[in-house]
Design a protein around this ligand. Structure first.
Ligand code: NAP
Length: 294
C-alpha cells in the first residue's frame, strides 16, 4: 500500500468500467520501488460526466491520468493541447495537468515500439504486417510507419484498413498499404515480412482460442509475432496466434509488453523519472522481480 499523507501526489485512470484494470498495481509498485510519494487510483467516469471529471481532476491537483475505453477520443475536446502522436492517432491515453493546462498524449504506439526496440528490433526499413484496423492498430501503424517501417494493414472490413492508411499517410513519411484480412493476401505477403502484429480482438473474449492467421498459410519463421492481446501474466497463456508463430520457430511478444511500456511512458511524463520497467512487469504478472530484471 502506498503511504498517503499531505504530500501525496495523485494520478489515476479514467474509464468506464475500470474494475478489471491492472494499472494501479503496476504504477503503485513503481512509485514504491522509487520511493516516490504518488498514488494511482482507478476512477469510473460515466460518459455523461467526462467534462465535469476532467475539470474536477484539474481542480483537485491531479498530476495526470491514463484514459481508457470509452473516453480515448471523447476526451479530446476537453484538452488544451495534443502531442503530435495523439493528434495523428486521434486518441489520448495519457493526460498531464501542468501549469493550468491539460495536455493529451498517446503512449500506446511508442509503448508498442519500445518493447520491440528493447529486443533489438529496429523498425526502419523493415516490413510489417498489421492485422486489424481498430484503435490499437491505428497507434501501432502510426508508430511503425513513423519509425520508418513499410507497413501493410489488413482488416476484415477492408474499407476501414484503407481509411486508416489514408489518414495516417498525412502524418508519416513512409508508405502504408492496406488490404483485406484474407488467406490469399496473407500467404502472398508472409514470406517477406519481418514483423506480424495481431491488432484484432481475435484470440480473446468470444474468440478465445482462435487466430486471425490462416491455418493454411505458413508463419514466417524469421519474423517476430507480436500479439496485442493481454492474456494474463507475461507469457503465461500464449494466444493461438502466438502458438502458431512459436510452432514455426518465430520469436513472440504478447500484449503485456505494450501494456507495461505504455504505462512506463506515462509514468515518465508524470514523474520526470525513468520508469522501473522490470518492477512494473512483475507487478502486472503478480510476481516478485527476479535478479535479472523481469
Ligand atoms: P477495436 O477498435 O474494437 O478493433 C477490433 C479489431 O478487431 C477490428 O479491426 C476488427 O475488424 C477486428 N475483429 C474483431 N473481430 C474479428 C473477427 N472475428 N475476425 C477478424 N477481425 C476481427 O479494438 P482495439 O481497441 O483496436 O483492440 C484490438 C485488440 O488489441 C484487443 O484485443 C485489445 O485487447 C488489444 N489491445 C491491447 C493493448 C495493450 O496494451 N496490450 C492496448 C490496446 C488494445 P472489423 O473492423 O472488421 O470489425
Amino acid at each position: 500500500m502506498p503511504r498517503i499523507d499531505g504530500h501525496t501526489r495523485l494520478v489515476g485512470l479514467i474509464g468506464y468500467p475500470v474494475e478489471h484494470t491492472r494499472s494501479p498495481q503496476m504504477h503503485n509498485a513503481a512509485f514504491e520501488a522509487l520511493g516516490l510519494n504518488y498514488c494511482y487510483v482507478p476512477l469510473a467516469v460515466a460518459p455523461a460526466d467526462l467534462s465535469a471529471a476532467i475539470a474536477g481532476l484539474a481542480a483537485l491537483g491531479f498530476v495526470g491520468v491514463n484514459v481508457t475505453i470509452p473516453h480515448k477520443q471523447a476526451v479530446i475536446p476537453y484538452l488544451d493541447e495534443l502531442s503530435a502522436e495523439a493528434q495523428a492517432i486521434g486518441a489520448v491515453n495519457t493526460i498531464v495537468f501542468a501549469g493550468g493546462r491539460r495536455i493529451g498524449y498517446n503512449t500506446d504506439g511508442a509503448g508498442f515500439l519500445r518493447a520491440l526496440t528493447d529486443r533489438g528490433f529496429s523498425a526502419a526499413g523493415r516490413r510489417a504486417l498489421v492485422l486489424g484496423a481498430g484503435g490499437a492498430a491505428r497507434a501501432v501503424v502510426y508508430a511503425l510507419a513513423q519509425a520508418g517501417a513499410e507497413v501493410t494493414v489488413l482488416n476484415r472490413t477492408e474499407a476501414k484498413a484503407a481509411s486508416l492508411a489514408a489518414e495516417l499517410r498525412r502524418y508519416v513519411p513512409g508508405e502504408i498499404q492496406s488490404g483485406a484480412l484474407a488467406s490469399g493476401q496473407i500467404a502472398r505477403l508472409a514470406p517477406a515480412v519481418d514483423l506480424v502484429v495481431n491488432a484484432t480482438s481475435v484470440g480473446m473474449g468470444a474468440h478465445v482460442g482462435e487466430s486471425p492467421w490462416p491455418a493454411d498459410a505458413p508463419f514466417p519463421s524469421t519474423a517476430i509475432a507480436y500479439d496485442l492481446i493481454y492474456s494474463g501474466a507475461v507469457g503465461a497463456r500464449p494466444t493461438a496466434f502466438l502458438r502458431q508463430a512459436e510452432a514455426a520457430g518465430a520469436q513472440t511478444l504478447d500484449g503485456s509488453y505494450m501494456l507495461v511500456y505504455q504505462g512506463a511512458l506515462a509514468f515518465e511524463k508524470w514523474t520526470g523519472q525513468p520508469a522501473p520497467v522490470a518492477v512494473m512487469m512483475a507487478a502486472l504478472s503478480g510476481e516478485t522481480p527476479g535478479a535479472d530484471g523481469i
